[in-house]
Design a protein around this ligand. Structure first.
Ligand SMILES: CC(C)(COP(=O)(O)OP(=O)(O)OC[C@H]1O[C@@H](n2cnc3c(N)ncnc32)[C@H](O)[C@@H]1OP(=O)(O)O)[C@@H](O)C(=O)NCCC(=O)NCCS
Length: 172
């Protein structure tokens, strides 16, 4: 018996997580990659391409009828006001990116590493750059939303200091 509200959805539910910004992130030495904040104008199309190539095959987009149109619209909207954006830039262009829009509690959005560049600590390096900048601006907490079915991402967040928020199912 259920008391209250219940609904079934084909979309995996995002879980809210957060971490203190003063929790250390390991320093990463990457000789062939530059980690830098984005230039919204000149990096726009490289970032959009990376996000489109990766997320078209990821949940929740891959379950949609027209993932390309939905993604294109959301990526464009996010890049119009990216807030604090950090990218990893290598020989073949942008290989990883994250955006942190200027919301009351800053949150990681679109954390994305190109498939052939994974497991090289790039996401960790982006996280380090983000928390250093937020800390320097007096921000104590960083949030994120991870689909409950995205186990590699969930594992990555939990091993990098994120914990489930007190109300993890609250709408992001
Ligand atoms: C989740 C994601 C961002 C992780 O990116 P990543 O750059 O591969 O992550 P990192 O390299 O920082 O860490 C990944 C793992 O590789 C390991 N690793 C890093 N370099 C390594 C190396 N040279 N050899 C072996 N393992 C290595 C790390 O220890 C870490 O291990 P863990 O799984 O025990 O935590 C990436 O898989 C991705 O873009 N996924 C698709 C989009 C997505 O789901 N984004 C998250 C949105 S919520």
């Amino acid at each position: 018996m259920i008391e209250g509200e219940a609904w079934l959805s084909s979309r995996p539910r995002p879980l809210l997580l957060c971490r203190p910004t003063n929790l250390p992130v390991p320093e990463v030495t990457l000789n062939d990659v530059e980690i830098r904040t984005i230039d919204a104008r000149s990096d726009h199309s490289d970032i959009a391409k990376l996000l489109m190539n990766v997320w078209i095959d990821e949940e929740p987009y891959r379950c949609l009828e027209d993932p390309e149109a939905a993604l294109q619209a959301q990526i464009q909207r996010s890049l119009e006001d990216p807030g604090l954006g950090v990218i990893a830039y290598g020989e073949q262009g942008v290989c990883a990116a994250v955006l942190v829009p200027s919301t009351a509690v800053p949150a990681l959005m679109w954390l994305t590493v190109r498939r052939d560049a994974r497991q090289r600590w790039l996401a960790t390096a982006l996280l380090r750059a983000v928390v250093e900048t937020l800390s320097a601006h007096g921000t104590n907490e960083l949030a994120t939303a991870v689909s409950a079915t995205n186990l590699p991402s969930l594992r990555w967040h939990l091993t990098r200091g994120f914990q489930l928020a007190p109300d993890p199912l609250k709408e992001a």
